[in-house]
Design a protein around this ligand. Structure first.
Ligand code: HEC
Length: 122
């Protein structure tokens, strides 16, 4: 093995050892949420979509100051693992007439990552 390759190998091993475990396992969740972050903040401010800070356990359509569609205001859902999973798999099927311009996330693992990320925000 050349010196160059050996250096890369040593660096890979060292970074795997020193990167904190939590940071590594949270990275995919954060990355999966990036597609939502263009519209949804996690800091309490509303954008194109309502903030998702505290969404877990919240009643649908209730963030103050956000103009929801009539469909979302009338949905009467409590956001939890199950309802978020249903909504994110197919927003229009789950709440017909809601105006989130997003077609959904097909991959169940990716949905689970996003939901875990949202849950951790609470
Ligand atoms: C292009 C913008 C956009 C993207 C991308 C987007 N959303 Fe939304 N989202 C909205 C809008 C707008 C609404 C409000 C819909 C309504 O009032 O009918 C909404 C509503 C929601 C709600 C209901 C919130 C509440 O207060 O009841 C949840 C939950 C949600 N989005 C989650 C997500 C997640 C998770 C993602 C990423 C997988 C995502 N959204 C991607 C714009 C977006």
């Amino acid at each position: 093995m050349g010196l160059y390759l050996r250096c890369i190998l040593v660096m890979a091993v060292v970074s795997a050892l020193i990167l904190p475990r939590a940071a590594r396992s949270d990275a995919p969740k954060k990355a999966a949420f990036d597609q939502c972050a263009v519209c949804h903040s996690t800091d309490g401010s509303n954008g194109t979509g309502p903030t998702l800070k505290g969404v877990f356990g919240r009643q649908s359509g209730t963030v103050a100051g956000f103009r929801y569609s009539r469909a979302m205001r009338g949905a009467g859902i409590r956001w939890d693992e199950k309802t978020l999973d249903q909504y994110l798999s197919s927003p229009q099927e789950f709440i017909a007439g809601n105006v989130m311009p997003f077609s959904g996330v097909d991959d169940p693992t990716e949905r689970a990552s996003i939901i875990a990320y949202l849950r951790a925000l609470n």
